[in-house]
Every structure is written in structure tokens, then in C-alpha cells.
Design a protein around this ligand. Structure first.
Ligand SMILES: Cc1cc2nc3c(=O)[nH]c(=O)nc-3n(C[C@H](O)[C@H](O)[C@H](O)COP(=O)(O)OP(=O)(O)OC[C@H]3O[C@@H](n4cnc5c(N)ncnc54)[C@H](O)[C@@H]3O)c2cc1C
Length: 286
């Protein structure tokens, strides 16, 4: 029996927990998630924005799943530090969870850039169910929406909002024109203006554009904060071997946060599930 802690309650974390439970019915498994809901299908959140699915259709594993598998799910439990010497995950509220084996399944995120004003109401980095619900709640009163980013997700957000007949200013390169989306490539956003709430953005040419909602999307980065200044080696991802073990023998990583040195990383839901299963199998052999 070993105390297993999984940080991240999504594709990789759940797949690992399921794999472990299929073999090991005894070891306590704690899943720590900074989010507020049981696992959902993250790749469908754009469909929620487009009103093509209801929130309940996103549920991947409901409360019964955790109960039936004796998984101790702790929601809104953000881990802020790892004490590898004492084998403790320290939470934001200063409590801790002790482990014998730790799995990092923390994924990737679009971060807010280090420009002025990103703490204001109406500014969001688009990563989670909470973020998409925030956008949905704010759209009815939005006059102009600024989308900053690159890649398919950013483009899709711009397209869906424009289809709702709301003006969209897109800062980034579009793969092709989108009706109702004004793409701006010459200047970037350097500041978000307004008192407590976003009212406008200032561009690198000092021009000011009114905007009540500012969405950062695309260009996600692996969540590496927890491994900085630890013995867990990371380089554009937590470095793992083919069994998902990291450079610390009681710590594993899987999913979007993990990568094998020298090998091209494949990101995505199915890959994260596969890596989670692999990590779960390794944990059972430890
Ligand atoms: C809008 C969008 C659309 C997408 N569409 C597709 C698609 O069509 N097809 C596809 O294959 N993939 C898609 N993806 C990517 C896919 O969702 C990811 O590849 C997959 O979710 C990765 O799974 P994961 O378990 O590694 O990490 P994640 O799903 O990112 O989960 C990591 C979890 O760990 C939590 N966490 C992080 N740090 C901490 C901490 N310190 N303490 C506690 N909890 C923490 C995070 O909040 C998150 O809940 C999409 C992603 C987004 C955002």
C-alpha cells in the first residue's frame, strides 16, 4: 500500500487513477484539482461557447465515479509548492497532503501576459470550463471583444463570438478571413485600460480601442511552476522516461505537462489519456 497523490483531475490524472484502481484496490488515492467541478471533456468547451452542447454534456466523470472508485477528489485545491524532502504537496490554504508517490498531471495553460491591466474584470485567459462560462456570462453586455492569440483555438473563439453578431478585434495571424473579425497584425496590445473593469486596450502605436471583454487564447505553456527549483528536471515540459517516471524516483508526470527528452511531443486529449494509463501502470509496479 502506498499513498498516491495525483495533481490534475483531467485526461491524464483520471486515466492514471482508473488504471491504478483496476489493479490496486487498497492504496489511498487523492486527486487535487484547482478547478471546482468533477472531470469534464475540456476539448468540448468551445462547443459550449457555440451553444452546441449543454454544460451537463461536458461531464466526463461524475461524483459517483469518485465514490465508487474510492478516489478522494479535492476540488478548488490548488497546489502551490512541493516539498519533495518531506513528500508533501502544499495547498494554497497552507494545508498539505502527504504522499509516497506523486503524479503530476497539471497540463498546459494559456497564461496572462505581463502587461498592465490583466487583473481587471473582463480579462480572461481561456483554459477551462470556468473561463468559458465567464465569457458566456459577459457576452450579452459586450460591445467589442478583443481576442489575443494564435492557432485554431483563438480563431475558433473569434469566429464563434462574431457569429453572435458581436464585433471582434483579433490580435494575431488568422489562417484566413473570418466574417465579422477584424484582424490586426501590425500592432500588439500593451495595456488594458479601465478602472476595475476593462473598458479599452492600448496598442503598441498608442491607439486606444474600446473593448469590454479581452480574451487571451492559444500558445499554451506546460504548467511547470511546481517543479521550478526542485530536483524534478524540466525543459519545455517535465522530462519523463518511457514509463512516465521523472528524474525523482517517486514522482511521475503524464499528459500535456510531460515530455520525453529529444522526442517530439504530441499534445491532445487521447495522448494525455494514454500517458495517464501508462503512468498508472508504472505506479502499480512501484
Ligand atoms: C479550448 C480547448 C480546445 C481543445 N480542443 C481539443 C481537441 O479538439 N482535441 C484534443 O485532442 N485536444 C484538445 N484540447 C487539448 C486537450 O484538452 C488537452 O490536451 C488535454 O486536456 C490534456 O490533458 P491533461 O490531463 O494533460 O491536462 P489538462 O486537461 O490541462 O488538466 C490539467 C488539470 O490540472 C489542473 N492543475 C494545474 N496546476 C495545478 C495545481 N498547481 N494544483 C491543482 N491543480 C492544477 C488544471 O487546472 C487542470 O484542471 C483543447 C484544449 C482547449 C483548452
Amino acid at each position: 500500500m502506498k499513498r498516491i497523490v495525483i495533481i490534475g483531475n483531467s485526461a491524464a490524472g483520471i486515466a492514471a487513477a482508473e488504471t491504478i484502481r483496476a489493479i490496486d484496490k487498497e492504496s489511498p488515492i487523492t486527486i487535487l484539482s484547482e478547478e471546482a467541478t468533477p472531470a469534464y471533456e475540456r476539448f468540448k468547451i468551445l462547443k459550449l461557447l457555440a451553444s452546441k452542447v449543454k454544460e451537463r454534456e461536458l461531464v466526463w466523470r461524475n461524483a459517483d465515479f469518485y465514490k465508487n472508485n474510492a478516489l478522494d477528489l479535492r476540488l478548488e485545491a490548488q497546489v502551490v509548492e512541493l516539498n519533495l524532502h518531506k513528500k508533501k504537496a502544499i495547498l494554497k490554504d497552507d494545508t498539505f497532503v502527504a504522499f509516497d508517490v506523486l503524479l503530476l498531471a497539471t497540463g498546459r495553460k494559456t497564461m496572462l501576459p505581463k502587461i498592465k491591466g490583466t487583473q481587471k474584470e473582463g480579462v480572461v485567459a481561456f483554459n477551462s470550463l470556468k473561463d468559458v462560462k465567464y465569457v458566456i456570462d459577459n457576452l450579452p453586455v459586450a460591445h467589442t471583444v478583443v481576442v489575443i492569440g494564435s492557432g485554431l483555438i483563438a480563431e475558433e473563439i473569434a469566429r464563434i463570438i462574431a457569429e453572435k453578431k458581436i464585433e471582434v478585434k483579433f490580435f494575431g495571424v488568422l489562417s484566413g478571413p473570418i466574417e465579422g473579425v477584424d484582424a490586426i497584425v501590425d500592432h500588439s496590445v500593451i495595456e488594458i485600460l479601465g478602472e476595475a473593469e476593462a473598458k479599452a486596450v492600448r496598442l503598441s502605436n498608442q491607439k486606444v480601442i474600446g473593448a469590454s471583454l479581452v480574451i487571451f487564447a492559444g500558445a499554451p505553456e506546460p504548467c511547470l511552476d511546481l517543479v521550478r527549483d526542485t530536483e524534478i528536471k524540466a525543459e519545455q515540459g517535465v522530462l519523463v522516461d518511457d514509463t512516465m517516471r521523472t528524474s525523482v524516483d517517486f514522482v511521475l508526470a503524464a499528459g500535456d505537462v510531460a515530455r520525453v527528452a529529444g522526442r517530439e511531443k504530441i499534445y491532445g486529449w487521447d495522448q494525455a489519456v494514454a500517458e495517464g494509463r501508462l503512468a498508472g501502470g508504472t505506479i502499480c509496479q512501484m
